[in-house]
Every structure is written in structure tokens, then in C-alpha cells.
Design a protein around this ligand. Structure first.
Ligand SMILES: Nc1ncnc2c1ncn2[C@@H]1O[C@H](COP(=O)(O)OP(=O)(O)OP(=O)(O)O)[C@@H](O)[C@H]1O
Ligand SMILES: [Mg+2]
Length: 319
């Protein structure tokens, strides 16, 4: 659906995006993650044609975005809805008028506008506020209005640029639930730009990690978060937490196995001391998975590994 190959982008003499290669499939929730200034918004703006790229190719529905006429781009953007961190609602217009606006600009019939606006305001749970003005809404409600507005032209793709960054954790979760529902029930591909790992873990199936305009990780979130390579660990800031002595071993286990049970059984069986560096349960999409990092004295590393080898439910690696 979206095919990006060897994409490069400059602002002046500075290369902002380099060698971006990724395919985003229809109907997936895909996250673009990175620290501030990594180039996330620029990449998103290249996708909807608001920003030109200098190298490589970016195809949506098989069409090269950089080669489209303004007129063709205008139609393509109809297929791509977008929401932002600060909602971008018109303050002097009511909730209903904000949602109706894109359809008015495209010259839709009044009855169609009314039907669609009512339908979408119901979907986002705000039909009872249709005559309110943005200043009377909470942040979460404003984002719901923005989502309804982004869906009016029946897009196939929804781009979200830090849409939950201005919201508290609980409201963030409710907006993510809404985006997941939209993805499922309307079959819309959702691309989430975010710097919040919880957003990625909760909502996305796959993610790419951007650092200084380059992809440093790409894949499904289970492998990105539970088996992070060195660059990913640095990115997550886990590197600093690892002891520099002994051997660090990272264990992964299904949520049905408790970390306490693993640690107790291992200590008992091997009769050795080891330290727990950290452990956590992670919710990755629908699945809960545990990971635990232990540190053992170098002289016990082999017997620990041999023991772990016999435990079928546990995956492990030294880090
Ligand atoms: N119009 C522009 N002209 C010049 N430089 C720009 C322009 N837009 C962005 N940049 C630069 O490009 C780099 C990437 O910016 P971008 O906004 O894509 O980052 P981001 O990952 O979205 O960051 P944030 O998380 O803070 O939103 C930054 O160094 C920024 O200063
Ligand atoms: Mg940005």
C-alpha cells in the first residue's frame, strides 16, 4: 500500500532523511518512533505529499507521490486523513461544523454531510456535544472531534502525528482504543508517529525506529521490544542499567509463567546466587509477555545457561 525505497530528503544542505526503506501493508497499525528531531514528522509529510523528497521512491497505491500533479495530489490526500498533537480545530466553529468542513470544501450534498457527520460523531462518542465549541471540550474530546473530521472523506490511511502526546495516560489509552476500533471496523491503515513507547506497545503491530533520519530498527513489536538488539537497547535507555561485571542474561517467558516461579526454581535447583537486574511484564498488543534480566557470576554462567536450555517455555540470550 505504501512502498518507500531509498528515500532521502534534505533541508538546505542538511540531510534529514536517509535511505529509508519500508513497506506498510493495508490494514495495519504501523508506528514511526524516534526522539525529537529524528525526522518522524518530515517522513509523515512526505507520505501525504506536503513535503517533497530528493532521493528514492515513495509510492502509495502504486503511484509515485513525487511525480503527481497538484490536482492528483489533492485527490490522493482525500484518501489520507491526518490528526495532530494540538488537534487543529477551528475555535469559532462548533463540533458539528468542524467535522462538516472537509465535506463542504469538497462540495458534498447537505444531506450527505449531515448523515456522515452524525455517523462519525456517534462513532467517536461525541454526538451529544455536536453543538459545543472546542473551548468547552477536554483534550481527549478535542482529539475525538479531530478524528471524526479526519474520517469524513473516507480515507484509506490515517496519519497520526503525536496525537496522544498532549493527553494524560488514561485519555491516551482511550484514544488508542478508538484508533484500534477504527482500524478494525473501517479497515483503515493507521500510521502512528510517536516518541512514546507505551503508545507503540499498546497499539502497533509493527514499528520502525528512526534516529537522525535513519532507520535503526524495523519489525514487529514483539521482536523490537522483547529481543532488542544493541542499538534498540541504547534507544530504550536500557544499556545504562546493565551491570558491567559478571554475565547478564535476559529471559523471555509467556505471561502464564511467573517471574517469581522462574527465579525460585532456578535458585533452588542450581544453588547459586544471582541478581535480578530488572524484570517486567509487557503488554504487546493483545499479548502479555514477561522479560527478566539476571546477572550471574562469570563462573556460574555455564551452569545457568545449561539449566535454561532445559526450560522449554523460556527463551534467553546473554546481553
Ligand atoms: N521546514 C524545515 N526547514 C528546515 N529544517 C527543518 C524543517 N522541518 C524540520 N526540519 C528539521 O528536520 C529535522 C527533523 O524534524 P522533524 O520535525 O521531522 O522531527 P520529529 O522527529 O518529528 O521531531 P519531534 O518529535 O520534535 O516532532 C529537525 O532537525 C528539524 O529541525
Ligand atoms: Mg514531529
Amino acid at each position: 500500500m505504501i512502498e518507500i525505497s531509498n528515500l532521502g530528503k534534505y533541508f538546505g544542505n542538511t540531510k534529514i532523511l536517509r535511505n529509508i526503506n519500508v513497506k506498510i501493508e493495508p490494514n495495519e497499525i504501523f508506528a514511526i518512533v524516534g526522539h525529537s528531531g529524528a525526522g518522524k514528522s518530515t517522513l509523515l509529510r512526505c507520505i501525504n505529499g506536503l513535503e517533497k523528497y530528493d532521493e528514492g521512491s515513495l509510492k502509495i497505491f502504486g503511484e509515485e507521490i513525487g511525480k503527481l500533479s497538484e490536482e492528483r495530489l489533492r485527490f490522493l490526500r482525500k484518501d489520507i486523513g491526518m490528526i495532530f498533537q494540538h488537534f487543529s480545530l477551528l475555535e469559532q466553529k462548533s463540533v458539528y461544523q468542524n467535522v462538516a468542513l472537509p465535506m463542504q470544501l469538497w462540495g458534498y450534498k447537505k444531506s450527505d454531510i449531515n448523515k456522515k457527520a452524525e455517523e462519525l460523531l456517534t462513532l467517536v462518542g461525541l454526538i451529544h456535544k455536536k453543538n459545543s465549541y472546542p473551548k468547552a471540550l477536554s483534550g481527549g474530546e478535542k482529539q475525538r472531534v479531530a478524528i471524526a473530521r479526519a474520517l469524513t472523506l473516507e480515507p484509506k490511511i490515517l496519519l497520526s502525528d503525536e496525537a496522544t502526546s498532549a493527553l494524560d495516560p488514561k485519555t491516551t489509552l482511550s484514544i488508542l482504543e478508538l484508533l484500534k476500533t477504527i482500524n478494525k471496523t473501517l479497515g483503515i491503515t493507521v500510521i502512528l508517529v510517536t516518541h512514546e513507547m507505551n503508545v507503540v506497545k499498546n497499539a502497533a503491530k509493527r514499528a520502525l525506529l528512526l534516529e537522525h533520519g535513519q532507520i535503526i530498527g524495523l519489525g514487529d513489536i514483539e521482536s523490537l521490544f522483547l529481543k532488542p538488539d544493541e542499538r534498540m537497547r541504547k534507544f530504550l535507555g536500557e544499556e545504562d542499567m546493565l551491570p558491567e561485571y559478571g554475565v547478564n542474561i535476559r529471559l523471555y517467558f509467556p505471561s502464564t509463567v511467573s517471574d517469581k516461579a522462574i527465579v525460585t526454581a532456578m535458585a533452588r535447583e542450581l544453588n547459586i546466587d544471582f541478581n535480578i537486574v530488572w524484570g517486567k511484564l509487557e503488554k504487546l498488543g493483545e499479548n502479555v509477555v514477561g522479560s527478566l534480566v539476571i546477572n550471574v557470576d562469570t563462573k556460574y554462567a555455564d551452569i545457568t545457561k545449561n539449566y535454561l536450555q532445559t526450560q522449554k517455555e523460556i527463551f534467553w540470550e546473554t546481553i
